[in-house]
Design a protein around this ligand. Structure first.
Ligand code: FES
Ligand SMILES: [Fe+2]
Length: 382
């Protein structure tokens, strides 16, 4: 992150006054529980945000070489992006044109120069053009439909890859980032190395996963024995970028840094810099690495999470052990403290007993997130 930008963010902390109240948002918000639990609203979100809208597929460094691929499922649509010989990326519907079997069954790997279906071995080039139907002389001669793979829109910039699952309508990455590209571009994500991704599933609405990370207000209580001794529970630094937003969680001792001369300021040892790329991703810049959370809603009350860790350089064995421990700890705290609570929250909301939830001025990213979602759905309806 650029130094001027770090100073700008830390200056807000320095200016925030007693109990950091200067970092509070301008208003609170009441959100109906149905925003999380209503199946019709959920179907609308899938259509507008996950199918029609661009979503983050992953980082460029997850598929660096020609033939490398990355897969995902968005509103049920299986997608695979494949790196071409010229370095560009093509995104395809990950379903064979014979009888719709998956062409790729892993999240990532290399397909080489062709894509071979695992069911009857129909073979395509990396752009999805059908090359051969092995051992089928005459068997498909009278087929008149096109049998190339279906393509969807994909775009790559700043080390990020976006896809649009529902169509080939081009994606403008800058527009998708809504202004966050100045910071994200400075992260230098293209130079990172993918270390590991772990996948889990949870019984809650997808938005609750993102809600988990938006605010620090819960650290003092929910993470009393784990994070609370080290992290500030009174505020986050918040900024909106279109529907995306930044929420920086701070170390408990951040005021030590702002007591120094300004040209020595660095936010990196004191801040967890979290970029929420709505609807499906969270890119977190930590002092010495990057974490990415990606979501795949599986139903109104079920979500799959992919948690990835990226290192600034290819890890040796010692570094690998360090990153594995880091990921263990992240998934332990979220998996035993945050997400079980979120699952209970979802149950309470789904029961109908709690008609609404409240986001306070101490939780400005929540107000931003849910206001932006309402606006996106209203705009699509209009
Ligand atoms: S479904 Fe792919 S070759 Fe038959
Ligand atoms: Fe938490």
């Amino acid at each position: 992150m650029r130094h001027e930008r770090q100073v700008e963010l830390l200056q807000r902390v320095a200016d925030s006054g007693d109990h950091f109240v200067g970092l509070h948002g301008s208003r609170s918000m009441v959100n109906p529980a149905s925003a999380y639990t209503d199946p019709e609203r959920h179907a609308r979100e899938l259509q507008v945000l996950f199918r029609d809208g661009p979503t983050l597929l992953g980082l460029s460094c997850e598929m660096p070489a020609p033939g490398d691929y990355l897969t995902t499922t968005l509103d049920g649509i299986p997608i695979a992006a494949v790196r071409q010989a010229d370095g560009s990326v093509v995104a395809l519907v990950n379903a064979c044109r014979h009888r719709a079997a998956p062409l790729f069954t892993e999240r990532t790997g290399s397909t080489g120069r062709s894509i071979v279906c695992g069911y009857h071995a129909w073979t395509y080039d990396t752009q999805g053009t059908l090359l051969a139907r092995p051992l089928s002389a005459g068997a498909f001669d009278d087929v008149t439909i096109g049998c190339n793979l279906h393509r969807v829109a994909v775009a790559e910039k700043y080390g990020l890859i976006f896809v649009r699952a529902g169509s080939e309508q081009p994606i403008d990455v800058d527009e998708a980032l809504g202004g966050a590209q100045d910071d994200l571009g400075a992260f230098g994500l293209g130079g990172y190395t993918h270390v590991e991704t772990r996948t889990n599933e949870w019984d809650m609405n997808w938005k609750l996963i993102l809600d988990t990370f938006t605010e620090s207000y819960h650290i003092r209580t929910l993470h009393k024995n784990t994070l609370a001794p080290y992290f500030n529970s009174d505020c986050v630094i918040y900024e909106g970028f279109g529907r995306n937003f930044l929420s920086v969680g701070l170390r408990a001792n951040v005021l030590d840094e702002v007591a120094k001369p300004q040209d020595e300021w660095s936010i990196l040892p004191y801040g967890t810099i979290q970029y929420f790329l709505v609807p499906n991703a969270l890119v977190v810049h930590q002092l010495d690495h990057v974490e990415v959370w990606r979501l795949e809603p599986l139903g109104v009350g079920r979500v799959r999470t992919h948690t990835s860790i990226f290192a600034p350089e290819p890890p040796d064995e010692k570094a690998l052990r360090y990153w594995t421990k880091n990921l263990d700890l992240l998934l332990k705290v979220t998996g035993t403290e945050d997400f079980p609570t979120m699952e209970r929250i979802y149950q309470a909301m789904a029961s109908g007993a709690i008609p609404e939830v409240v986001y306070g001025r101490i939780e400005p990213p929540l107000v931003h997130f849910h206001t932006a979602l309402d606006a996106a759905l209203a705009a699509a309806d209009a």
